[in-house]
Design a protein around this ligand. Structure first.
Ligand code: NAD
Ligand code: ZN
Ligand code: ZN
Length: 382
């Protein structure tokens, strides 16, 4: 790397592979803050972006990927606020207008001026249309987008800014709807028929139950956050045994592979066959949505987090159980990022990571695509 240059993993054209290249190292002006990157997570959304058809996303290429970033403040513009040079931070990724009422409340993920920003193609946030953190340095537009992490290891901190934050926000959305004392029969049979992995401790238990579909980067943190912040029984579903063993390690009381009868298995496990109180779908495909609808209780809650291209028909009367509420949580708020960082610093949430050197980013991204990742893939400097 020559002076004034840095490495970056770039999205250069739609449908093409990520490109490891050299670009100019940014310098700060006005409110901007330069971060020396210590870790950058790889998200399945990076694959969705790389694979997108031209025109499908309101971003202009090329730009540097990486929307989960932790590092150290290296330089501050003359008007910069927030963390000082040398402080270790995680980057709050959804970059809104910073001025509307949503942004003022720290909910830049729901910025009221998103369409306006998209129209001028400034991108949804770090690494999503704007230059991101799969690089040696990252330029952040304002210190308001930084959350201090203290001595939390960078590979732990980076995934909190999307995998952790999005899972936390999704759980926060369903938490108030969960019954404190359910009316299931608490049969606790754990199925006993070999179609699931049962860790005991609950078995229907009469309390709330939440199904987590897809125990990858986001899902394994959702399991931990559910266990830490609710009393619900957590039922995990995946298509990989490896992911179920991770769900088990994260505290899920039950796990099962996706099979034709999985909806029925979840309903039974939830107690009384009435269905689960909530589903967090971290896949969002046709099969995961079909499972969610089949497993949900009347008046239940469905949060569709994954962008797997599945569709649901909303019609009354129709296939959806009566009273079901559907939400489409997107990322999370800045205060929620502070809360999830606090949970991690207390050791309540721990990211399962697979670390790769920044220079191996294309291989690391391929590995996520091949479906062999346990937890979160994180790129670290080399
Ligand atoms: P990941 O690849 O780490 O995890 C996905 C998991 O789902 C894997 O364990 C996989 O085996 C499992 N899976 C795949 N198909 C399945 C099926 N039909 N049934 C059950 N399990 C299945 O992905 P990730 O990085 O955790 O991202 C998950 C999804 O969430 C992606 O679609 C991503 O784009 C999306 N996402 C959304 C937001 C948001 O704000 N809404 C934020 C980040 C990621
Ligand atoms: Zn993401
Ligand atoms: Zn805004």
């Amino acid at each position: 790397m020559s002076t004034g240059r840095m490495r970056a993993v770039r999205m250069t054209h739609w449908g093409g592979p990520p490109v490891l290249t050299e670009v100019a190292r940014p310098t700060t002006r006005a409110d901007e803050v330069l971060i020396r990157v210590e870790a950058a997570g790889v998200c399945r959304s990076d694959l969705h972006v790389l694979d997108a058809r031209p025109g499908a996303l309101p971003y202009r290429t090329p730009f540097t990927l990486g929307h989960e970033v932790a590092g150290r403040v290296a330089e501050r513009g003359p008007g910069a606020t927030g963390p000082a040079v040398g402080e270790r931070v995680v980057v709050y990724g959804p970059w809104g207008c910073g001025l509307c009422s949503r942004c003022a409340a720290g909910a830049e993920n729901y910025c009221d001026r998103r369409a306006e920003l998209d129209a001028v193609r400034t991108g949804t946030g770090v690494g999503l249309g704007r230059d991101g953190g799969m690089a040696d340095f990252l330029l952040v537009p304002s210190g308001r987008l930084l959350v201090p992490v203290g001595d939390l290891p960078a590979a732990q901190a980076a995934p909190l800014s999307d995998a952790g934050l999005t899972a936390y926000h999704a759980v926060a959305g369903i938490r108030p709807t969960l019954p404190l004392d359910g009316d299931g029969d608490g049969d606790g049979d754990g199925d006993g028929d070999g179609d699931g992995r049962d860790s005991g401790g609950g078995g229907g238990g009469g309390g709330a139950s939440v199904a987590v579909i897809g125990v990858g980067g986001l899902g394994h943190l959702a399991v931990q956050i559910l266990r830490a912040t609710t009393s619900a029984q957590v039922l995990a579903v995946d298509v990989r045994e490896e992911a179920l063993s991770l769900a088990d390690a994260c505290g899920a009381q039950f796990g099962t592979l996706l099979r034709p009868d999985t909806a029925e298995v979840l309903r039974r496990r939830a107690g009384g066959g009435v269905g689960v109180d909530a589903v967090l779908d971290f896949v969002g495909s046709h099969s995961s949505l079909e499972l969610a609808v089949g497993a949900l209780r009347s008046g239940g809650e469905l949060a569709v987090v994954g962008s797997g291209g599945g569709e649901l028909t909303v019609r009354k009367p129709g296939a959806l159980p009566p009273g079901v509420r559907i939400s489409l949580p997107f990322w999370g708020t800045r205060p929620e990022l502070e809360e999830v960082v606090a949970l991690a610093r207390k050791g309540v949430v721990r990211v399962e990571t697979e670390e790769f050197a920044l220079s191996s980013a294309p291989d690391a991204i391929d590995r996520l695509r091949s479906g062999h990742t346990r937890g979160r893939t994180v790129l670290v400097p080399d």
